[in-house]
Ligand binder design. Structure first.
Ligand code: GLN
Length: 476
């Protein structure tokens, strides 16, 4: 255990902890030093300059997990990187936080940066300033869980939690060269996750490798009576899926994902990954997901409709920021006007419009119907297939500032990840290459509902035969 502890994976550190060669405190102080050294460049955390010791009661057990700023941590600041939640201290822990603590691990007393309320694909819509991609500090880390992905990629965290409503775990994992999983809808409790779009949101692990991902999913999964959408199904030990023979697995490659807009370097890397897996006996087949072109418009109606409803509770009365005004109605208006950022306002307006009388049927209801068609596309294919394989994102990381003024362009960067949320199925992104400019490329694997094990088997087999996950960014 002479290596820098911060650079290790959780399963490597667990060996050291079990043999009593290291203590949790050693991991904490290694991370503390690393964050002080590298976070001024990356900005993966909120207020990192104060260092780790600034939190309340520090509990240094097990291996600390970095937590996205939209997951409630008891007694510790949680603000969704929004001005409107400034000063909000949750009175309870989210179920995932409870489970982490019960498993003998702990949470970092720093929260990771994100797009305000998870609205975005670049972590530029944050009240805390943008996070920088550790592979190229001029580029975005992806979003909205960009802080979590960048923290793991830059060794400022061992592992982390993110949330994924339309790609917010997988796309930043892809841009930062780490492993990110969106579990099946209902697999992980959403209790204590500040809601963006309740029918799409899932919390999931962002890790340095597939093994750690399975370990962290083991910890956070399972039924929770506090979340009426969590499903009461047994949780398998996901690490047992690792190392399974993948020979004969049937994997579909949807032709709709390999069209205009897909960067040739990304395409080549994914094709190379297919070749690697084919050599291991995986059987590939071209398939069709017919309604793919509707995924982005359907998502932006449903997600904004739900967001507009979820954000109605932030009015200056119960949580966080309050604008001073003698009159109640004016106080509501000013609080919301000053507290929400530009993208949040755009979504509240869009969602309220789609839900309003006269437009509800034409937009919201129609979007729900097409959502069902998108889900059925997957149901049909999964009658014959074990998994579906695609690029995670059409491009590698883009430059900070490149898309932030053009929301439609930004929305398209989730074109490959959104369908999984609409269908409720699980998906992972893992590193499968680098562009000529040295930016990571992500491979996405999707599976049927509650079959994360298939994803882990395939992802692990690929990872064991490649070295992409071992590369480290230079932070320049
Ligand atoms: N980028 C998508 C959006 O802006 C997805 C965000 C997410 O998954 N939270 O809505």
């Amino acid at each position: 255990m002479n290596k820098n502890l911060y650079s290790l994976t959780a399963h490597e550190l667990a060996v050291g902890l079990n043999k009593k060669e290291i203590k949790s405190e050693d991991i904490y102080s290694a991370l503390d030093g690393r964050i002080k050294e590298s976070d001024p460049k990356v900005n993966a955390y909120l207020r990192p300059s104060k260092g780790l010791s600034s939190g309340g009661d520090r509990i240094t057990s097990g291996i600390p997990v970095a937590i996205k700023d939209n997951i409630c941590t008891k007694g510790f600041h949680t603000q969704c990187c929004s001005k409107i939640l400034e000063g909000f201290i949750p009175p309870y822990d989210a179920t995932v936080i409870k489970r982490i603590k019960e498993s003998g691990h702990s949470c970092l007393e720093l929260k990771t940066n994100m797009d305000e309320f998870a609205f975005g694909s670049s972590t530029e819509n944050s009240s805390q300033g943008p996070t920088h991609n550790p592979w190229d500090l001029n580029c975005v880390p992806g979003g909205s869980s960009g802080g979590s992905a960048a923290a793991v990629a830059s060794d400022e965290a061992i592992w982390a939690l993110g949330s994924d409503t339309g790609g917010s775990i997988r796309q930043p994992a892809s841009f930062c060269g780490v492993v990110g999983l969106k579990p099946t809808y209902g697999r992980v409790s959403r209790f204590g996750l500040i809601a963006f779009a309740s029918s799409l949101d899932q919390i999931g692990p962002i890790t340095k490798d597939v093994y750690d991902n399975a370990l962290l999913l083991n910890i956070i999964s399972g039924y929770d009576p506090n979340d009426s959408t969590s499903i009461n199904l047994p949780v398998p030990d996901y690490t047992r899926a690792l190392g399974k023979d993948v020979k004969g697995l049937k994997v579909g490659v949807p032709k709709e994902y390999f069209i205009e807009g897909l960067d040739p370097e990304v395409k080549a890397a994914v094709e190379e990954a297919i070749n690697t897996l084919r050599k291991m006996g995986v059987e590939f087949k071209e398939v069709s997901l017919r309604h793919t072109e509707y995924a982005v418009p359907v998502y932006y109606i449903i997600a904004t409709a739900e967001a507009s409803s979820n954000l109605a509770r932030f009015d200056g009365v119960q949580y966080g920021f309050r604008s001073k005004d003698a009159n109640l109605i004016d106080m509501y208006k000013k609080t919301r006007g000053e507290g929400f950022g530009e993208e949040a306002k755009r979504r509240i307006i869009l969602g309220t419009f789609a839900l309003s009388h006269g437009y509800y049927d034409a937009y919201y209801l129609r979007a729900l119907k097409v959502r069902t068609l998108i889900k059925e596309d997957f149901d049909i294919l999964f009658k014959e297939l074990d998994c579906i394989l695609t690029p995670t994102s059409p491009t590698a990381a883009f430059k900070i500032g490149e898309k932030v003024k053009d929301p439609l362009k930004m929305y398209l960067s989730d074109i490959y990840t959104i369908s999984a949320n609409l269908a409720g199925i699980p998906g992972i992104s893992l590193p499968c290459g680098l562009t000529k400019n040295g930016l990571p490329i992500g491979l996405q694997i999707l599976a049927p509902h509650f079959q994360e094990e298939k994803i882990f088997s395939l992802a692990y087999a690929y990872e064991q035969n490649t070295d992409w996950h071992k590369l480290k960014p230079k932070l320049t």
